[in-house]
Design a binder for this molecule. Structure first.
Ligand code: B12
Ligand code: SF4
Length: 480
């Protein structure tokens, strides 16, 4: 073997924005680490969000210098980049450093510029590529990498997308930690999490969406695994809550039904969540089976209450379809989380602020509102660049002369605060009971954790000097 001990590192130090979502494993990194297993003597997988000792950069460096002979780092989120570069730049020069992941692929040049210790970036899906790197194939022959040689960065041609059937599911025994539900640093109930990827890609063409485009700008042709292999993977999992991390779980309703049928037939008792498209409302049989199989939450991109925006985003449905679909969806005991986008090209503040009322009207249980992003290969880029007064930063953030970043951020908070009132939190809790998400023991555990969650929330708001705004918004709503 060319390398003895390869480290696969999720480099997001805890205490950051990403740690709020730390209950999900780094799926992509785990796929690559699993694929690498027979190319080295030992694979060490570390998720720094969960490490205690090794989360200290000095101790981690010491461990790497003594134990590791190649470092493979997964940079999948556009967060904490400077902190990550600072750490990677301290790695010993004689240990090869490989990076991969969504952000590493999108920002290849930036990575090489900022990280002088970096040798190779694996662009796009990395399962096959990492094997060639670890087996010591000549770098110039490895499709899908960019590499530094004699002070110059070389970009090899892209690697064709792999057939999903040939990809092995993540080996969970490589993990050093369990993934648990924690909100504002407080563990809730007794929930352990895992993700299962049953398909990659999405056949739709929503214009803002980079879920269906990979960071090389390629459309990831929809490609799904055999339902049997998916359910075999699920059956072997320890976690009691599973997120299907597919871009869109409802692309092929018959196949989704088959997965539910197998879960039911094999009496697998777990709780599931999945990202789906609104048109799932057209498949009552699938919805029925999902409830039976243990699907508790669906995450649905609604994006906007306004038809002209839905058209601009090429969403493929209008607000009437949203209302009609939710009238059906509400009949099923499922928790619905809606994604909305605000700060669209030409959108006024009044239009943005109508999101909470619309969300309440259709009966969505919780929402996430994200500012429109116009990423590197987004089809919206041209429209944004051609619209007078609009600007896109090189980070993909869109702002305008009328609405600066700060103004948009403020609007985002107003939307959030107007939707998430204490009454809403009570309703959310009631919905969790209705869908039987909790056992009695979990209810007790969750209730006892809530005061600590609220305390940490208030401390955070005070630290960020935003607590007064929060109290003001509570009063404003109470008097509405
Ligand atoms: C499922 C999903 C989620 C799940 C969580 C999944 C998880 N396990 O963490 C949920 C719904 C919770 C989620 C939340 C968020 N997400 Co998300 N999510 C996705 C989605 C749809 C799929 C990710 C996935 O599992 N892909 C499958 C794996 C196999 O692919 P992969 O990660 O790219 O890995 C492959 C390669 O990149 C490479 N690779 C990866 N790591 C490494 C490491 C090495 C060493 C090598 C060699 C190769 C390599 O090989 C892998 C296997 O082929 C992607 C979109 C997408 N299509 O990628 C967005 C995406 C990753 N999410 C995104 C965002 C912004 C978020 C949020 C911040 C949104 C928000 N504001 O709340 C949160 C934050 C989550 C956090 N961790 O902090 C962005 C990230 C953009 C960026 N660069 O920052 C993406 C790309 C979507 C987008 N374009 O907007 N997300
Ligand atoms: S349906 Fe969802 S995943 Fe598919 S392109 Fe549209 S927003 Fe993206």
């Amino acid at each position: 073997m060319k390398y003895s001990n390869a480290l696969f590192l999720n480099p997001y130090f805890s205490g950051s924005a990403t740690s709020a979502m730390k209950f999900f494993p780094p799926t992509g990194l785990e796929y690559v680490a699993t694929s690498a297993k027979d190319c080295v003597d030992t694979v060490t997988l570390l998720d720094l969000r969960y490490e205690t000792d090794l989360a200290d950069p000095d101790k981690l460096l010491d461990f790497i210098s003594k134990e590791i002979d190649i470092v493979c780092v997964g940079i999948g989120w556009d967060r904490q980049l400077q902190e990550i570069y600072d750490f990677l730049n301290r790695l010993p020069a004689d240990i090869p450093l490989v990076a991969g992941g969504y952000t590493a692929t999108e920002k290849v040049e930036e990575l090489f510029q900022n990280c002088h210790t970096l040798d190779i970036v694996v662009r796009g899906e990395g399962e096959e590529t990492i094997r060639e790197v670890l087996q010591g194939a000549p770098l110039e022959s490895i499709a899908g990498i960019s590499y530094r040689a004699n002070g110059t960065v070389h970009h090899n041609k892209n690697r064709p997308l792999p057939d999903l059937e040939s990809v092995t599911a993540p080996d969970r025994s490589l993990r050093h930690n369990k993934y648990r539900l924690s909100v504002y640093g407080v563990d809730i109930g007794n929930f352990s999490f895992d993700t299962v990827l049953s398909a990659r890609g999405c056949p739709y063409h929503c214009k803002f969406c980079t879920f269906s485009l990979n960071p090389l700008g390629q459309k990831r042709t929809y490609s799904a695994r055999n339902p049997l292999s998916v359910v075999d993977e699920i059956a072997a999992l320890e976690a009691n809550v599973i997120l299907f991390s597919d871009e869109n779980f409802s692309v092929n309703p018959e196949r989704s039904e088959e997965i539910c049928d197998l879960i039911i037939a094999r009496k697998i008792k777990k709780r599931f969540a999945a990202q789906v498209r609104l048109d799932i409302a057209q498949y009552p049989l699938l919805l029925e089976k999902m409830v039976k199989a243990g699907f508790k939450a669906l995450l649905i991109g609604i994006e906007s209450p306004h038809d002209w925006i839905l058209r601009q985003l090429n969403k493929g449905f209008d607000s009437a379809a949203v209302r009609k679909s939710f009238a059906v969806l509400r009949e099923y005991s499922i928790f619905y989380h809606g994604y909305f986008i605000y700060g669209n090209i030409g959108e006024t503040e009044k239009e943005m602020l109508s999101i909470p009322d619309f969300a309440r009207e259709i009966g969505v249980d919780s929402i996430t509102c994200l500012k429109l992003r116009v990423e590197k290969f987004s089809p919206l880029k041209k429209i944004a660049q051609e619209t007078p007064g609009y600007h896109v930063t090189d980070k993909g953030e869109l702002y305008s002369d009328a609405y600066s970043h700060a103004a948009l951020k403020k609007i985002g908070r107003k939307i959030k605060l107007s939707f998430y009132t204490p009454k809403k939190f009570m309703k959310i809790f009631a919905k969790f009971r209705e869908i039987k998400f909790f056992s009695v023991k979990e209810i007790i555990l969750t209730f006892s954790a809530l005061p600590f969650v609220y305390k940490n929330f208030i401390i955070r708001e005070i630290k960020k000097r935003r607590f007064f705004d929060y109290v003001k918004s509570l009063f404003a709503r109470a008097h509405k």
